[in-house]
Design a protein around this ligand. Structure first.
Ligand SMILES: [Fe+2]
Length: 396
């Protein structure tokens, strides 16, 4: 049977002109048992379309791990590392993850209590809620009426020591059904987005770059982003913006001398735009919550200085300034018409190009709404490539 590809169904809120290349449903192939030739096709499709959906899939944790590893054969451990040490338990990610014992790179995530699941007698899962992470929260009355928020826009990555995974695989095993919800941005814009219950929301990092005005594109190709050591521990006491797109600057982050032991050489400094290995496109890939500094190169020789920002380069260390610049660059791309909220069905498998999209957990479940997903991503064997000298010349 030949591999068939069709566009993902877009919600009425989406601007179709911004989703021409984004997202494909793939049929006619078993993602758990790909031949080498089929994998080459799937890899190509993933980098061209950033998010792939397979429906009615049967996939064991072992198959999911093997599929994920095909994208980076030298990768081995889970994206955040396989071994959780005591000190990392302070991380804000800790309560969200339960490991499948016989395939520790695969995590069980979801909501409610799951019994006798792949070697786990009883797993209590909790869908992350904005109420414990954002500085402000939707009122209980509004929440009861289906109002919710994006939880946290992110890339799946440890952002310290380990390299960002190339792909994440998400497999929906139990998907609770319920009324649709409405995401409120609560940032003064009046933006709202109607979404399916428990959607995963995606935005394209390529679009995030493409819609920037020229002077910010110039900054984007000249900037490297420095992440805090153990960023999820560092940010744990801090509170997020109402859009889930970064942290409020209130000085609540853990001081660096109170973090688990860390080394300068393991700190991640990554380009602000990551080069797609198949299309050559640039994707604006920044996990805003973990950033501590921006290192901006001066304009290259011959570039126009008129109207340029930071023409002589800059090293921004003030957290508020760093975050304000990032927010200005990233917020346009999470506007309602640019968000793809996936409407999960049971046995959906979604593969996403983790170096090409940002995504967010959305919504809130009751305790009785049981949701079980398997998630896998692997710390990559290398760091993402940034823009080439030609890219810098073109956009700077
Ligand atoms: Fe994620």
């Amino acid at each position: 049977m030949a591999i068939e590809v069709s566009p993902l169904p877009l919600p009425a809120s989406a601007d179709p002109s911004k989703f021409k290349d984004f997202g494909r449903e793939v049929k006619g192939v078993n993602p758990g048992e790909l031949t080498d030739q089929e994998f080459e096709t799937i890899r190509d499709l993933l980098y061209k379309h950033d998010t792939l959906l397979f429906r009615d899939v049967t996939l064991t944790p072992e198959q999911q791990y093997r599929l994920t590893k095909l994208f980076d054969p030298k990768s081995e451990s889970y994206g955040h590392g396989n071994n959780k040490t005591g000190s990392e338990k302070k991380s804000i990610l800790h309560p969200d993850l339960k490991t499948i014992p016989r395939q520790p790179q695969v995590q069980l995530i979801g909501n409610g209590t799951v019994y006798n699941h792949e070697g786990l007698a009883e797993a209590m899962l909790k869908h992350p809620s904005h109420t414990t992470f954002h500085k402000t929260r939707v009122s209980e009355i509004d929440e009861a009426n289906g109002i919710t928020r994006f939880y946290r826009w992110h890339i799946d990555a440890a952002l310290y020591d380990l390299s960002p995974p190339k792909v994440t695989t998400l497999y929906g095993i139990h998907v609770p059904h319920g009324p649709r919800q409405k995401v409120r941005y609560d940032d003064g814009t009046g933006d709202e987005l109607e979404v399916p219950l428990g959607t995963t929301a995606f935005v394209s990092g390529k679009t995030m770059f493409d819609i920037l005005p020229d002077e910010l594109k110039s900054v984007a190709v000249r900037t490297r982003v420095k992440y805090a050591p153990h960023p999820y521990v560092w940010m744990a006491p801090a509170r997020a913006m109402s859009t889930g797109l970064g942290i409020e600057s209130e000085g609540r982050e853990l001081p660096w001398d109170e973090l688990p032991p860390w080394e300068e050489s393991r700190i991640k400094i990554l380009p602000m735009t990551w080069k797609n290995p198949v299309t050559g496109n640039l994707h604006f890939q920044v996990h805003p919550c973990g950033v501590c500094e921006l290192l901006i190169d001066p304009l290259p020789e011959g570039a126009k200085r008129e109207g340029a920002l930071f023409p002589d380069g800059a090293h921004l260390k003030d957290l508020k300034e760093v975050r304000e610049l990032l927010y200005k660059m990233q917020r346009p791309a999470i506007a309602p018409p640019l968000v793809y909220p996936h409407d999960w069905r049971e046995r959906d498998l979604v593969l996403f190009h983790n170096r090409g999209v940002l995504h967010s957990v959305v919504g809130a479940f009751t305790k009785e709404q049981v949701r079980a997903f398997h998630q896998c991503n692997l710390a990559a064997s290398d760091d993402p490539a940034g823009p080439t000298p030609e890219d810098v010349k073109k956009y700077a």
